[in-house]
Every structure is written in C-alpha cells, then in structure tokens.
Design a protein around this ligand. Structure first.
Ligand SMILES: *Cc1c(COP(=O)(O)O)cnc(C)c1O
Length: 335
C-alpha cells in the first residue's frame, strides 16, 4: 500500500508490549487472554490519547498553533495527556473541564496543574461546547494561535493513531481471534476498524461501550473511520454494521463505579499485578469477564484486551474511596 506521508510527531514509546495473562486465563478456565499495554505509551503516565496526539499535534503545528485547547471531565485522561504534549512541545494548554468541581485536585487534575495547564470550568455539561468555542475565540483574539483538540482526541486525524496501532499489533506476531477494548468517544475503535481493513486483521473487534448506546456509537465510529480512511489513500465507506459495540455495561452512567468495575480491577491486580482504571478499562474488563463467564467466546479463543490507560483516576475521589472499602464478596467470584 502506498499511503501519502501523514504528519506525525514521535511522542509514544512504541511498540507497546503485548503480554500473556496466564494466571487470569487459568483462573477463568476459558479463552487465552493477552493484554496490549497502551497504558505504557509514556507521556505523563501514558494511555491511548498519546497515539492520537501524535497526529493531532502535528496537524496543530502545521497550522502554526501555539496553544492546545481541549475539553473533558475533571478526571479526563485526555486532558492530562494533552497538557503533557503541550509542555513537551513548548505550547500552552487550556482545558475546559465540566462537571461538579472537586474539593481537591487529585489524580488527573493534580497532574493537569503540575503540567502547567490553564483551567476553565463549567458545572454544566451542556455549556461545554459554548465555553469551548468562547475559549478558542478569546485565545485567538489574544494572539495565542489556538488549535482545538476535539473531545477525546476523536477526529479523523486522531483516529489515525489507532489505525497504525493495528499495524503495530499485527507486526508483533501474536495471533488473536478477538480484540476487546473500552470505547467512548469512538476514535480508538474507528482507528482499529480502519486499521483492520487496511492492514488485514482477520479476527473480530469488540468495543465495550462506556457511556453510549450501541446504536449511536456504531454509526459515529463508522463515520469517523470512513473520514479517516481518506488520509491513507482511498476513501473507504464503513457502515454501522461493520462496527461491533456491546453496550450492556454502560447502564450505570459515565464514571459511576459499581461492583463490575471494582471486581475486575481487583482480579487483574491480584492475578497479574496489572492496574486497570475505574472509568474505562475497569468497565471494559468487567464486561469481558462477564462475557467469558457466559460462554460468549469459544473456549479455545485467543483474546487481546487493549489496556488504554487511565490509572491516575484510581487516586482520585470518588474512586479511591470506593476501592478502599472492604470487599463484600471475594474477588475471585467472577467466572
Ligand atoms: C479516552 C479513553 C478511552 C476511550 O477511547 P475513545 O477513543 O474515546 O473511545 C478508553 N480508555 C481510557 C483510559 C481513556 O482515557
């Protein structure tokens, strides 16, 4: 394939390792599990946003931007990583954070401050886009040359990070029948879906939805993947039916930690020494464990779970407190 050269910064530690999860696989007694350590991408504690930002910030610099503006929740991993890239590239960073203002700066918010980001806040999620637009306008008027990094880094440009992540996995030579991951703003899944088609992965991609119904998310991911494909040569038209999302685990709402996440976090920690996060990978792994216990996958299947990062939130309320509680049941009750 001859793809045009796409502007890209080198920010991540790549390739991230793929590790087997032998103790967890044995305990569950079914499919063989592997993990792709995208929590180890580097850049201020790592995570999936690093791969997207390699393309987004290259685009920003090509446009002459000197300030990155983005948005998210108070414990946004995307905002923390954007603040880190800005520092690394000698740019300024403004974060528009939404939700109830926390009493203390812990977890990702503590890191946003350390990384020198300026914070603008609104309690109302519905005011987000207006405040974001105003912030960008003001920065432009003040000559700060802003570039707006989209929510979650999920534009066609950001999604390219995960198209190339698929190429990376295939080159690592660990053959798997399924890849399972958290999906929320859709850029990660859009990139993987595109990479699957372009680089020829024959297995199945399954996104566990964090906060959106599958009906909306599958169309959104298909549109993003289609728009991103143009940069790789020829436009490919993806449809919602090409995108697999399981939305059974998003019922409690964004960032609400229940037993599903808590048990998954404990199980990965206690069998493999791997730390998941309370919002994304805890929920996605909880969904994966539930699907395994229901016999959803053939027992000889090989499954790769993408660890997309997010651990700083473990040290922030309300998660820190919820994880400190004594367990009511025993952590090995799953599967
Ligand atoms: C942002 C994020 C995701 C979701 O990725 P999307 O591309 O928004 O779907 C998953 N895991 C973690 C830890 C994240 O921060």
């Amino acid at each position: 394939m001859t793809a045009p050269t796409i502007p890209r910064l080198s920010l991540a530690h790549l390739p991230t390792p793929i590790e087997p999860l032998p103790r967890l696989s044995d305990l569950l007694g079914g499919p063989r599990l592997f993990i792709k350590r995208d929590d180890q991408t580097g850049l201020a504690l790592g995570g999936n946003k690093t791969r997207k930002l390699e393309f987004l910030v290259a685009e920003a610099q090509a446009q002459g931007a000197r300030t990155l503006v983005t948005t998210g929740a108070w414990q946004s991993n995307h905002c923390r990583q954007t603040a880190a890239v800005a520092a690394r590239c000698g740019m300024d960073c403004i974060l528009v954070l939404t939700g109830e203002r926390p009493a203390e700066a812990t977890g990702n918010l503590l890191l946003d401050h350390l990384l020198g980001a300026r914070i603008v806040a609104t309690p109302e999620r519905r005011d987000r886009d207006r405040l974001l637009a105003e912030t960008v306008e003001t920065a432009a008027a003040q000559g700060q040359a802003p570039y707006m990094v989209p929510y979650g880094g999920s534009s066609p440009t950001g999604a390219l990070g995960y198209a190339f992540a698929m190429q990376e996995v295939l080159a690592q030579g660990v053959e798997v029948d399924w890849m399972v991951f958290a999906t929320s703003s859709g850029g990660t899944q859009a990139g993987l879906v595109l990479g699957q088609r372009v680089f020829g992965y024959r297995g199945t991609l399954l996104g566990i939805s964090i906060d959106e119904p599958a009906s909306a998310l599958t169309s959104q991911v298909a549109a993003l993947a289609s728009d991103a494909s143009a940069a790789l040569g020829a436009r490919i038209a993806f449809e919602a039916a090409d995108v697999h999302v399981d939305d059974r685990y998003c019922g409690p709402g964004y960032g609400v930690m229940t037993d599903l996440e808590r048990e998954a976090i404990r199980l990965f920690a206690r069998t493999e020494g791997i730390l998941l996060d309370p919002v994304y990978t805890g929920r996605a792994a909880g969904g994966l464990l539930d699907l395994i216990s229901r016999g959803y996958f053939p027992s000889d299947a090989r499954i790769l779970f993408w660890h997309t990062g997010g651990q700083p939130a473990l040290f922030a309320e309300p998660y820190r407190n919820a994880l400190n509680e004594m367990p009511t049941g025993h952590a090995s009750g799953v599967g």
